[in-house]
Design a protein around this ligand. Structure first.
Ligand code: G3I
Length: 380
C-alpha cells in the first residue's frame, strides 16, 4: 500500500481505515460471478426494468445476472396482436427494448415464446375457445409460419435461445394439450415450429418448455415421447426447459435430480427456465395462469416472511441448487421467474430471492453458497 505520509493526518487516518476495510467491503461475489463456468443465471424481466424507468432494477439485473428472459413482451398476443403479417400487425417496441438491453449488455438473451395456447391475440383466442373454430388448417399454418419467421428473423443473432413451443402437454394423465394449433393443424405443428425457427435463425438454440415435468410422471413420459417424435421428424431441438415453479417441499430434490438426468441422458441441454418457490402456501402448479393467478402486478405487497419461513425458503433453494450444480455438465441456465417478490406472478407467496427493496433474502446467500458444493468441474 502506498505510503500515507504525504497526506494530511485526517485523510491519512481515513485512507488507512478504508484500505484496511477494503477486503471486507470489496463487492461480494455476485450470482453470475459465482456460477460463471457452470451455467448462466437469468431473470425474467419486465419493460420498466429495461427502459430506464426503474434504474434500481436494471442495476440489480446487470450486477447479478448474465441472462434475461422476457416475462411477456415476446409472447404471441403482446407482439402480434392484429391479424396479418405486415409490420402494422405487430407491436415490436417493447420486445425491441428488451432485445436491445440484452445486446447492449452482452447478455444471453432468451425469446419466450413462439407458440403457446395462452396470451394469444384476441382474434385467435376466440378461435381457441370455440368448439368449432372457423380458421382453416392452411390459414393457421400460414399464421404460425409467418409469426415465427418474422419474429425470429427480426432478432436473428440477438436472441440466443427460443422457447419455440411452450406447454404443449396436458397435466394429469399427460398426452397432448388440445390447443388450437393441435386441433386445427395437427401434432406436426410441433415439428414445423422448430423447423421454421431454425430456418429463420440457424444459430439460435431451440427449446421445448413446460412445467411439472418433475412433478408429474405421466407428463414427463409424454415429454420424453414428444422429444423422440420431434427428433424422428427432423425437428432441430437443442434443449428442454423445466420451468421450476416449485413449492417448499414438492417436487422433491430427488425428483428434480432424476428428471434432469433423464433429459440429459438424451444429449439435450437442460434449463431451469422459470424458477420460483412458494415460501407460503402449497397449492400445486395447475396451469400457467391457474397456479398463482395471472401475472400482472397483482394486488397488495407480498407477505413478509418470518425468520423460520426465510430459513425454510433458503434451505429449499440450497437443496435445488445443489442438484443443479451436480448436473452442471448438462444444465446451461437457471432463470428466476422475476426479479423481486413484488414482480412475481406468485407474489402472494414471496417466492424469489430478492425482496421488495431489491435486497437479498437469506435464500440469495443460500444460492451463492450452493456453488461450493461443486466438486471438480466436469468438462462441458
Ligand atoms: O398488459 C396487460 C395490460 O395492458 C392490462 O391493463 C392488464 C390488465 O390486467 O393485463 C396486462 O396483461 C397481463 C400480463 O401478464 C402482463 O402484465 C395479463 O393480464 C396477465 O395474464 C399476464 O400474466 C402472465 C402470465 O404468464 C399469463 O399466463 C405473467 O405476467 C407471467 O409471469 C406468466 O408467465 C408464465 C410463462 O409465460 C409460462 N409459464 C408459466 C408462467 C406463469 O403463468
Amino acid at each position: 500500500m502506498r505510503s500515507l505520509r504525504h497526506l494530511p493526518r485526517a485523510a491519512a487516518i481515513f485512507a488507512a481505515f478504508h484500505a484496511a476495510a477494503l477486503p471486507a467491503l470489496r463487492a461480494q461475489p455476485t450470482l453470475k460471478d459465482t456460477y460463471r463456468g457452470m451455467f448462466h443465471l437469468g431473470a425474467a424481466i419486465r419493460p420498466d426494468q429495461v427502459n430506464g424507468r426503474t434504474p434500481q432494477a436494471a442495476e440489480l439485473i446487470l450486477r447479478e445476472f448474465d441472462s434475461i428472459s422476457p416475462e411477456n413482451v415476446l409472447k404471441v398476443g403482446p407482439i402480434h396482436p392484429r391479424p396479418g403479417n405486415d409490420d402494422s400487425s405487430y407491436d415490436f417496441a417493447p420486445a425491441d427494448q428488451f432485445v436491445d438491453f440484452g445486446v447492449k449488455h452482452k447478455l444471453f438473451t432468451i425469446g419466450h415464446t413462439l407458440c403457446w395456447h395462452s396470451q394469444l391475440p384476441a382474434w385467435l383466442d376466440q378461435q381457441q375457445k370455440s368448439a368449432e373454430p372457423t380458421i382453416t388448417k392452411a390459414e393457421l399454418t400460414q399464421f404460425l409460419r409467418d409469426h415465427i419467421m418474422k419474429v425470429v428473423g427480426r432478432y436473428k443473432g440477438r436472441v440466443h435461445g427460443w422457447d419455440v413451443v411452450n406447454e404443449a402437454l396436458n397435466d394429469g394423465a399427460g398426452g397432448y394439450r388440445q390447443t388450437i394449433f393441435h386441433r386445427v393443424i395437427g401434432q406436426d405443428y410441433l415439428v414445423m415450429a422448430f423447423k421454421w425457427a431454425h430456418e429463420a435463425d440457424p444459430a439460435a438454440e431451440l427449446y421445448y418448455n413446460d412445467y411439472n415435468l418433475d412433478a408429474n410422471d405421466a407428463k414427463r413420459t409424454s415429454c420424453l415421447e414428444l422429444i423422440k417424435y420431434l427428433r424422428a421428424n427432423g425437428a432441430p431441438i437443442t434443449g428442454v426447459g423445466m420451468q421450476g415453479h416449485y413449492n417448499l417441499n414438492t417436487p422433491s430434490a430427488a425428483k428434480v435430480d432424476e428428471t434432469i438426468k433423464l433429459f440429459a441422458d438424451l444429449g439435450l441441454k437442460v434449463m431451469i427456465t422459470e424458477l420460483d418457490v412458494r415460501a407460503v402456501g402449497a397449492a400445486p402448479v395447475t396451469g400457467a395462469v391457474g397456479a398463482g393467478g395471472g401475472g400482472g402486478r397483482g394486488r397488495g405487497a407480498p407477505p413478509s416472511l418470518t425468520a423460520e419461513q426465510q430459513q425454510a425458503l433458503a434451505q429449499r433453494y440450497a437443496d435445488l441448487f445443489a442438484v443443479f450444480v451436480k448436473h452442471r455438465a448438462a444444465i446451461t441456465r437457471v432463470t428466476f421467474w422475476g426479479l423481486r417478490d413484488t414482480d412475481s406472478w406468485r407474489r402472494a407467496s414471496s417466492p424469489l430471492i430478492f425482496d421488495d427493496h431489491y435486497q437479498p433474502k437469506p435464500a440469495y446467500h443460500a444460492v451463492l453458497n450452493a456453488a461450493k458444493s461443486a466438486g471438480p468441474a466436469k468438462a462441458k
